[in-house]
Design a protein around this ligand. Structure first.
Ligand code: FIX
Ligand code: ZN
Length: 416
């Protein structure tokens, strides 16, 4: 076992190990090819990513109506012109497009969007999936699977081909956030005998629904995104469904419950998917969940930077809580660096530092290359401090640690 005795060697070993480590991406919005058009890829999709749409409305004076009336190609043309030609693409989402096109071997210097379109038109989706997984060095991804989505639901109800690199996650936002405003009627129409009061019978029916979908999807976890006001326990349909349906089913099937807290949907509805905002959450909700349900497992990511320190402290108190990823507005280099340092200082290696949240397959390339670099920077510093303190790690120990962060922690948490 060769121990690493100096800083230069340490830096080289950590960077190489992080670059070579295949990743399990635990939260994306990608789909395996059998979902057809739900799998998004290509330059027009990359450019019309909702992060870039929001930036375009700031930088051009296009009206909402005009923008939404355009075809996807026209929207992509406008975004390219506004954010890449009339301004320099230095925001994180713009830089991501550049990183991705470059890594795919396209001539970024030409700035010729039609040339990039040509490349994608000539590419077969199956070959492209292989290429992206290889370039990003991603081993597998977890999708976001919504049984309430009318385009997605029928795919699950047929015999599926699937792709072993794409795992499922059962997303239950409509059930938890929309039970009173329509979902109850949908449930009834689907043959589940539920009522407004959510008595014993209704809860049994909702548990039946969750069990059926768990058996159908074999999901890695059940997930929900929640507003900053989320409280638990809560005297609401959501609170009752979590307590009486989600938690028991999660425990019975050993399928963790993932809470993604802090999103305020449709702060500016004119922006459609780009119009969601955020706020600081009250983490007493998570504290109560973890304490009252020690035999349940919780995965959590939060949208507000202001919540991250408290979340680390909660992680120290509850081994049934696994903290993951720098979600959405947190997925920027300065914040990733800060939060990764804080997490490692407070929790050591027992976190899942990042997920990509990729919506477009190609984004795996940039989201992971950007994050890998920052996580490697932090690790180099942390090992260097430990070296100064007198502890020499071996290259095998660095490999063990890096593999925990990028995949093993997730696998072990699921298996526990
Ligand atoms: O709720 C979520 O899973 C969010 O990640 C998305 O709704 C959001 O639109 C997104 O793409 C963030 O990266
Ligand atoms: Zn997401």
């Amino acid at each position: 076992m060769t121990r690493i005795a100096n800083h230069d060697e340490l830096e080289r070993a950590v960077r190489q190990t992080v670059a070579a480590q295949p990743i399990t991406d635990i939260h994306t919005h990608l789909f395996s090819p059998d979902f057809g058009d739900l799998l998004l890829w290509g330059v027009d999709e990359l450019l019309t990513y909702h992060y870039l749409i929001a930036e375009t409305f700031r930088a051009s004076n296009v009206s909402y109506d005009h923008y939404w009336a355009m075809t996807k190609t026209e929207q992509a043309d406008l975004i390219w012109k506004t954010l890449f030609l009339e301004n320099s693409p230095i925001s994180e989402s713009c830089r991501g497009v550049v990183t991705t096109l470059n890594a795919l071997g396209l001539n970024v210097e030409s700035r010729d969007l039609n040339d990039y379109r040509w490349y994608f038109a000539e590419t077969n989706v199956h070959d492209f999936i292989d290429r992206v997984f290889e370039l990003a060095n991603v081993e597998s991804v977890v999708m976001t699977n919504d049984p309430f989505d009318p385009t997605e639901q029928p795919v699950w109800q047929q015999e599926r081909q699937g792709d072993p690199r794409f795992h499922a996650a059962l997303r239950i936002d409509p059930l938890l956030n929309g039970y009173e405003s329509g979902m109850r009627k949908t449930f009834k129409a689907w043959g589940y005998d539920v009522t407004r009061s959510l008595g014993k019978k209704s809860c049994k029916e909702i548990r039946r629904f969750l069990s059926e979908w768990i058996e159908r999807m074999n999901p890695k976890y059940m997930a929900v995104s929640l507003p900053p006001e989320f409280m638990y326990p809560e005297n609401s349909a959501r609170g009752r469904i979590i307590e009486r349906c989600v938690l028991p089913v999660s425990k019975e099937y050993n399928v963790p419950f993932a809470l993604m807290i802090g999103v305020t949907r449709a702060v500016n509805p004119q922006l459609r998917m780009a119009g969601d905002g955020m706020g600081k959450a009250d983490l007493r909700s998570l504290e109560n969940l973890c304490r009252e349900n020690p035999d349940n497992k919780f995965l959590t990511t939060l949208l507000s930077r202001e919540n991250q320190h408290e979340l680390c402290v909660l992680g120290r108190k509850f081994p049934n809580l696994m903290i993951f990823g720098c979600w959405w507005f947190m997925n920027n280099p300065s914040v990733i660096e800060e939060i990764t340092r804080e997490r490692i200082e407070l929790l050591g290696l027992s976190v899942i530092p990042q997920h990509s949240d990729a919506r477009i397959l190609d984004q795996l390339v940039y989201k992971w290359s950007h994050s890998r670099e920052i996580i490697a920077d932090v690790l180099v510093d942390k090992y260097a401090d430990t070296l100064t303190a007198g502890w020499q790690v071996s290259t095998d120990e660095v490999k063990r640690d890096v593999s925990a962060l990028f995949g093993e922690n997730f696998k072990r948490f699921l298996e526990a």
